[in-house]
Design a protein around this ligand. Sequence first.
Ligand code: NAG
Ligand code: NAG
Length: 222
Amino acid sequence: MKVYITLLFIFSLLLFKSIIASVQIQNRYLLGDKFTYAENQSTTTINILTGEKKVQQQETIYIEHIVELNDPLTNTSAEIEKTYKFVRFTPPDERAARRLLSQRTREFFQKEIELSVSQYSVGQRWFTKSITNLDKLITVTRIYENDEYNTEAISFDIETVGSITTLGHTIPHHYWIKRDIDVETGAVLSEETIKKTTVIYQRTTDITTRKLIKRETHIHDL
Ligand SMILES: *[C@@H]1O[C@H](CO)[C@@H](O)[C@H](O)[C@H]1NC(C)=O
Ligand SMILES: *[C@@H]1O[C@H](CO)[C@@H](O)[C@H](O)[C@H]1NC(C)=O
């Protein structure tokens, strides 16, 4: 009997997993909610002509604080204020660190979510063109229960290719992003970004990883 119930339980879990293969990202957050992220960025610059290589690293901890809800009914179009709590550059750069620590920027929350899509399922993919004319290919790779954050999460692969012309130079860009989003709030749980750009004879590779380390909300804590 016990085995039977266990099997039934496992079977219903499997069934449930296949049912949640399609989700809608919600906007369950409130004015005043705070999302704290830890971020590491490493920038490698190579001079193609001389072979000279430079590596810079930046470790930061910052808070995204929801300071404005433009539409409290749907919770869409929220604005965050981003402030840094911790900054460390390697090699050290005290001036740049101080500048970041004193900086307050305003950005849109969830600016990367494509609002045109309301229901996501694994394997779904679509193209968009950004304002800067870069081609973006977005793929939904996974929808799963994230045990670390105790929430349902959705993973995206985003590849961006194209070139931007500034001051008469055409600069090729290539980005790869792996992003995990909390289905309940639309907030980023973790993200890895690889950016490659070439400016004349200088090739830059930028690798950034960030992770949600704390969420403070009026609803409940993650
Ligand atoms: C907005 O957020 C609140 C608080 O989490 C939630 O109760 C409400 O359902 C959300 N509204 C929508 C449309 O997501
Ligand atoms: C950043 O780097 C530190 C030290 O190498 C590591 O402990 C931490 O997990 C990294 N954090 C992220 C978000 O990659």
